[in-house]
Each structure stands twice: as structure tokens, then as C-alpha cells.
Design a protein. Structure first.
Length: 413
């Protein structure tokens, strides 16, 4: 939810920023409808005052003229109240569909305009014909798509044997890293209400992209960001409590209706996947610094694993609905011959906080104000598994895992 006061005070500036994010958004309609609602509210308030005043003055001496005037005002009031009721719901729906305003410094455009800002390591040079992760798995048997499809349908995966051990070891490695960086571990529910999805900015934008359990009016989380956003919904925090940093490992569930291309086969895009998340709640003055800190935390994992990656600043139209600025961590996958995102580190500014009503104040006698929220994957496990398989494959089809992961596996198992 954007700041309505800013929309009213700087309509042209806000319009420009909205259209940078979503060129098709009906901003003029939004501005006009908001003006119309404010005018109707003023009319209703004025008529109610007149009606109440007449009722007070006529209490002792109700003349036919006063009675007639009161009836006339009552009719006018009913008309205005009906007009207000008619405009309120569509205006709310329009407001709920406004994306977060992007930073003015972001490159303009879609994916093609994303700007790589940092590159770590280099692409591995192979002296043998390398394979993609699907080809490697024919021998390794780290995951089973066929078995998962038999019980759940397409685009699900079952990890087994060494593959399952790697998933658990990676998770431990990530959580230990994140705790070291000051993030509190949290195990949230996997089922949430639609209000929780709305608070996090998933609804109404992504209606139909998540799994619903109609009988219980609950939804499976598409990311633990949803649950972490709602931990402090409708709360007023002390500024002294901030920043609040959390990390969580959950499964994530996404319907993502539609076909999958050849470049998204195997573990690249699936309906259920495991992910470690970072989440921060902080003051507006510190959110830029907090984003850099969060990005460094996620990068640290890729550096420990010795994987080649780059950091890209996303262009306006590639930023998520909730985000004002996003950096993607993109790891190189030789079997796909391209970089793939394994983490999006986003500053959502006060967008989620306004929806969820998460506020802070310095002292009890001061007016509370909205916090800023940030989130990042740390990291998405399936694509990280692909990166390890394809980058550390050997000529005989085996995979030599990095020492830090081998050590973690020995600790777990």
C-alpha cells in the first residue's frame, strides 16, 4: 500500500514512479477516484452536520418548514452515502493493486535493463564435455522427479540418499551463517490466512499463484517472508528494539500456473522447494544500510561454497510488486549456459508495514510511525543444488563437493 498523503501532495511525481514500475497501471483513474471520494466524504459530513443542527434547533419548536428541510437533507444525504459506498470498494481494490514505488536511481525497463554491479569469481573452464544436472542425476540419483510426479503431479521433486543429505547440510550451513550475522532463527507456520498474504503484498496481485485449503480458509506460504511479515502485524514496537533480524527455513509452495520451458526443467522451477529466508524490520533511516548487510550475509554463503556469481540491480519493471529496490544474487549454471537467481534481496520500505500496520516509536508519548521491512533468500536450495552439481562435476560424472559442505555433512551424518 502506498502513502495516500504523498499521492495527494505529489500526484505527478507518484504517477511517474508508478508507471516506471507498471506502465499499464491506471494512475489517472486512481487519482480521480480518490478526489471523488474525498469530495463525497466532505459532502456527507456537511449534510450530517446540517441534519443534526436542524434536529437540535427543532427539538423544542418543530415547524413544518424545518420538518420539510430535514426530510430534503435526509434524501440528499442518502444519495451521497450511496455514492460513497459505491466508490469505496473499487477504490480500495485499485489502491491494493498499486505497486511499491521504486527508487528513482533504478534502471528503467524490464529484465533486459537489469544492471550487473558486482561479479565474484569466474566461470569454470572444463577440459571435458560437461553435463547439465538432469544428465548428471541419471547416475548420481540425488533426486527423483518421476517418483514425485507419481504421488504429487508434475514439477515436484523427491530428494533421496546423498541428495537429501546435501539439502540438510546446506540448510545447516546457511542457518549457522545467518545466526553469525545476527539473525534470530524462527520456525513459522506453513499455513496462513489470506489477510496474512495481503499484509505481505501477495494479494491481490498474485491471486491464484498459491495453494488454498478452502475448508479451513488457509493458504500454504509461497515464502516464509509472508509468515515473518505477520509476526508483528498490528504492533507498535519500541525503536530501541530495532533492527529486528530473523532467519527461517521452510518449504515454499507456488502454483505458478502455466507451461515450463526447456530452460526450466529439473530443479530450476518446481511447485514445492526449500528456502532459507532473511527478514529485517528497521527504521526508515537505516533500511538502505540494512539491505547491504543482508546482501553481504547471503553472499557469504556463495563465497563459502566457492561458486561464481554476480550481483544485479533489478530494473523498475523486474522488481517485485512489494519491492522498492532489489538486488539479485545470480549463480552461474554451466549446464544451462546462463546465470540464475538464487536470492532476491529486497527493500520493501514501508509498503508491507502500511498493510500490516507495523509501527515503532521512540517514547510512549510520541506518535508511532511505520517501520521498513526487508527480505532476502539465503538461499533457494534447488537452484543451489543445480549449481553444485554442474560446477563441481568431474570427468567421470561424479561431483566433488566443496570442503565446507563436506565438513557440514560429516557433522550432520
Amino acid at each position: 500500500m502506498i502513502d495516500l498523503n504523498r499521492l495527494r501532495q505529489e500526484p505527478e511525481k507518484v504517477k511517474e514512479l508508478i508507471l516506471r514500475k507498471d506502465p499499464s497501471f491506471p494512475v489517472d483513474q486512481l487519482i480521480e477516484q480518490d478526489k471523488k471520494k474525498r469530495t463525497l466524504l466532505l459532502d456527507v459530513e456537511t449534510l450530517r452536520k446540517e441534519k443534526n443542527s436542524l434536529a437540535t434547533s427543532g427539538a423544542k419548536n418543530l415547524t413544518p418548514e424545518l420538518r420539510e428541510k430535514s426530510i430534503s437533507i435526509g434524501k440528499d444525504l442518502k444519495i451521497k452515502e450511496d455514492e460513497l459506498a459505491a466508490i469505496d470498494k473499487p477504490l480500495h481494490a485499485l489502491l491494493a493493486s498499486v505497486p511499491n514505488l521504486p527508487y528513482e536511481t533504478l534502471p528503467l525497463g524490464g529484465k533486459e535493463a537489469n544492471k550487473p554491479v558486482k561479479e565474484v569469481g569466474s566461470k569454470r573452464e572444463f577440459d571435458f564435455p560437461f553435463k547439465n544436472h538432469m544428465e548428471l542425476n541419471e547416475t548420481l540419483k540425488w533426486f527423483d522427479l518421476t517418483m514425485a510426479t507419481g504421488m504429487s503431479g508434475s514439477q515436484f521433486v523427491l530428494y533421496r540418499g546423498l541428495g537429501a543429505k546435501i539439502i540438510y547440510a546446506l540448510t545447516r550451513l546457511m542457518l549457522k551463517n545467518n545466526v553469525k550475522h545476527g539473525f534470530e532463527p524462527v520456525v513459522p507456520p506453513y499455513l496462513v490466512t489470506e489477510q496474512a498474504l495481503y499484509n505481505a503484498g501477495e494479494l491481490p496481485k498474485f491471486e491464484g499463484a498459491y495453494y488454498k485449503i478452502e475448508a479451513d480458509k488457509l493458504c500454504l506460504i509461497p515464502t516464509s517472508e509472508v509468515a515473518l511479515t505477520n509476526m508483528y502485524a498490528n504492533s507498535i514496537l519500541s525503536t530501541a528494539q530495532l533492527p529486528m533480524r530473523m532467519t527461517s527455513w521452510t518449504s515454499c509452495f507456488r502454483r505458478e500456473a502455466g507451461g515450463y520451458g526447456a530452460t526450466e526443467r529439473g530443479l530450476i522451477r518446481i511447485h514445492q522447494f526449500e528456502k532459507v529466508e532473511l527478514y529485517s524490520i528497521c527504521t526508515p533511516e537505516t533500511s538502505d544500510t540494512e539491505q547491504e548487510r543482508m546482501l553481504a550475509c547471503a553472499e557469504n554463503i556463495l563465497q563459502m561454497l566457492g561458486l561464481h556469481y554476480r550481483v544485479s540491480l533489478l530494473a523498475t519493471q523486474d522488481c517485485s510488486f512489494q519491492s522498492a529496490r532489489t538486488y539479485d544474487l545470480e549463480v552461474w549454471l554451466p549446464g544451462q549456459d546462463r546465470y540464475y537467481e538464487v536470492s532476491s534481496c529486497s527493500n520493501c520500505t514501508d509498503f508491507q508495514a502500511r498493510r500490516a500496520q507495523i509501527r515503532h516509536r521512540i517514547a510512549d508519548d510520541q506518535k508511532p510511525s511505520l517501520v521498513h521491512t526487508l527480505n532476502a533468500s539465503s538461499l533457494a536450495l534447488p537452484r543451489l543444488m543445480v549449481a553444485l552439481m554442474e560446477n563441481y562435476q568431474q570427468a567421470d560424472g561424479s561431483v566433488k563437493l566443496p570442503a565446507v559442505l563436506e565438513e557440514e555433512m560429516n557433522t550432520v551424518w
